[in-house]
Design a protein around this ligand. Structure first.
Ligand code: P53
Length: 477
């Protein structure tokens, strides 16, 4: 097989709130992640009204990356990382979110972190907003319910673009901006947009309004960034769970097509600079009464992204019901069905490596821009042996199967893939469950779901396996 490009960005990914901890250190304000409790294996996290006495918030300490990052980055370098994806915790830079001047201590922290990466020739890949909006913006402005939040976000973007213009080249605006297409799930609207739906409200309309403000904010950030440094590569970021039709019944195919349109209108707008025609008509027909101005639409055209980043964990499937409306309206919390052809992870996620090749081709056909796999991985229970080894063969198998499909898409299909940063570089606090035991990392962190543990780091078997993958540029899996 032909080789992967020499400059392929192998690496690993995390997000600030899932690793850093130090939630009130260095002037940091509370973020939405700081008011979320931990869930069990199958239930959701709870969102509390501020930080409450007697509740446990796993992100407050996380895996203490804030203090231990020099050791951790050293381990990333040992694996051979060419890139490291993390986010900047917005509330370290603008603790309340609506200040006009950034917090110097927060800025200085990321200088230290990026310098540490650059010392080992590791390219930082930086997400601006990864489920960690300042909590004050939620309580004062309703998060992205408010148009004002566009300004707060772009002020933040401008501050960090200016500060790190010579250290960071690769940026992503909003992490998995399309999770909220599942508008009935409390978790997605809160983490994407800082919104909790009120009784009697139309959650779908709320989502489309917030999503609109975010794509406008993203487009403005892209323009600001390119002015500050024309070499910046600024990407959008979506969760790529493709939605397959459950059968070859034409109505199922139409349903799946609408599901894909509903999940990916965000990237349609961010890459192509305009709303897809179906959506403009749909929003009108449903009388959502959205605040979308002609100036916004002009802005969207000017702020298209340089590339598309995406996460890939699993695929979905859907079937039409007997009472579809003429829009095949997609409601993700009700419309998914089990795909019987693929296995499931311990957390019920449908594991489908071929879906990654499908996705890479789908994105290439639709968008014609380079793509970057900025998350891919499996949450699993790991066992730390007495000799501090972790034999995570299931993780190696998952990643190997996916890298194989990625190679086929690059080498056989000609898709332009910039890099691969699996989730996660090191064990993290799970976003959806708040658990530590839903482990993703190449590096084991001794911390338990209840917060106990020494926080010591240990290399898993997958650490050495991935090191060899990078060493051979993906030739030897
Ligand atoms: P956790 C849903 C579907 C796909 C990816 O997820 C998702 C989600 C939201 O949970 O999130 C991304 O930790 C996200 C990361 C997250 C990772 O996938 O819920 O960008 O922050 O940790 C894995 O198992």
């Amino acid at each position: 097989m032909t080789e992967l490009p020499k400059n392929f960005l192998w690496g690993g990914a995390v997000a600030a709130h899932q690793v850093e901890g130090a939630y009130n250190v260095g002037g940091k304000g509370l973020s939405v992640a700081d008011v979320m409790t931990a869930a069990g294996s199958h239930d959701e996290r709870r969102i509390t009204d501020g930080v409450q006495e007697g509740e446990f918030y796993p992100n407050h300490e996380a895996v203490d990356f804030y203090h231990q990052f020099p050791e951790d980055v050293k381990l990333f370098a040992e694996m051979g990382f060419k890139s490291f994806r993390t986010s900047i915790a917005w509330s370290r830079i603008f603790p309340q979110g609506d200040e006009t001047e950034p917090n110097e201590e927060g800025l200085a922290f990321y200088d230290r972190l990026f310098d540490e990466c650059l010392k080992y020739n590791i390219e930082p890949v930086v997400t601006l907003s990864h489920f960690e909006m300042p909590y004050h913006l939620v309580t004062e402005y309703g998060g992205f319910r408010s148009r004002k939040t566009i300004t707060f976000f772009t002020r933040f973007a401008e501050a960090v673009f200016n500060r790190y213009k010579d250290k960071v080249k690769y940026w992503l605006t909003f992490n998995e901006i399309n999770n909220q297409s599942n508008y009935n799930r409390e978790f997605t609207l809160f983490t994407n947009s800082g919104i909790q739906v009120k009784p009697g409200e139309n959650a779908e309309a709320v989502m489309y309004q917030a999503g609109h403000y975010e794509v406008v904010a993203s487009a403005r950030a892209v323009q600001i960034g390119h002015k500050i440094n024309p070499d910046f590569q600024i990407g959008a970021m979506v969760a790529f769970s493709p939605v397959y039709p459950a059968t070859d019944k034409p109505a199922d195919v139409l349903k799946a097509q609408r599901a894909m349109q509903a999940r990916f209108w965000f990237s349609d707008v961010q890459v192509e600079g305009e709303y897809p025609s179906w959506l403009t008509r749909y929003q009108k027909a449903k009388q959502f009464n959205l605040d979308i101005t002609p100036e916004d639409l002009a802005e969207l055209k000017k702020g298209t992204v340089d590339y598309l980043g995406f996460s890939y964990y699993m695929s979905f499937a859907t079937a039409a019901s007997d009472h579809e409306d003429k829009y095949y309206s997609y409601n993700e919390s009700e419309d998914l069905v089990t795909n019987t052809y693929v296995p499931r992870s311990d957390w019920g996620w449908q594991v489908d490596p071929e879906g990654l090749r499908y996705g890479l081709n789908w994105m290439n056909d639709r968008y014609h821009v380079p793509v970057f796999i900025v998350e891919n991985g499996i949450g699993a229970i790991d066992k730390l042996e007495a000799d501090h080894q972790v034999h995570d063969q299931y993780r190696i198998k998952y990643l190997r199967d996916h890298i194989e499909q990625m190679k086929l898409a690059i080498v056989e299909d000609g898709v332009d893939v910039m890099g691969y940063t699996p989730w996660s570089a090191i064990d993290i606090v799970s976003a959806s469950t708040g658990q530590l035991s839903k482990r993703y990392g190449f590096i084991y962190v001794d911390r338990n779901d209840d917060g106990s543990g020494s926080l010591a780091r240990y290399r898993k078997d997958s650490f050495y396996w991935y090191q060899h993958v990078i060493e051979t540029n993906g030739d030897d899996l």
